[in-house]
Design a protein around this ligand. Structure first.
Ligand code: HEC
Length: 104
């Protein structure tokens, strides 16, 4: 009888915890949505393909700085400058954070 109460309590705590992480999960979904535009070239997880460099598993701050440099035309590239100009600061931060979590 006692044990059953304890188990129920734990299930409740787990449900509360799951509710607590939902906003972070939603944020992750938004970031991965913004990153969809990168995957066709950089590979399904940003691991790179053919001549296109991998961008997965790098510290977010570095990717963010590189994307802003492309956007500002301060870093040479064939295509990334034009692509980066389509992204806001917030979107750049979100995709950089997303690729930092992807396996190389
Ligand atoms: C049309 C293909 C294409 C798309 C789409 C694309 N990239 Fe790129 N990316 C490249 C190429 C090619 C380079 C090499 C630099 C250049 O030539 O512009 C590159 C370079 C980069 C680099 C620098 C890597 C390094 O080591 O120098 C980063 C970071 C990057 N891309 C991130 C992104 C992100 C984030 C997105 C989505 C917002 C994205 N790219 C979308 C083709 C693409």
């Amino acid at each position: 009888m006692m044990a059953r109460h304890i188990r129920m309590g734990m299930a409740l705590a787990a449900a509360v915890l799951a509710g607590g992480v939902a906003p972070a999960a939603a944020q992750g979904a938004a970031a991965s949505l913004a990153a969809q535009g990168c995957l066709g070239c950089h590979g399904p997880n940003g691991e790179g393909q053919d001549a296109i460099p991998g961008i997965a598993g790098r510290p977010a701050a570095g990717t963010e700085a590189v994307l802003k440099a492309f956007r500002a035309n301060e870093r040479p590239g064939t295509i990334m400058g034009r692509i980066a100009r389509g992204y806001t600061d917030a979107e750049i931060a979100a995709v950089a954070a997303f690729f930092a979590t992807q396996p190389r």
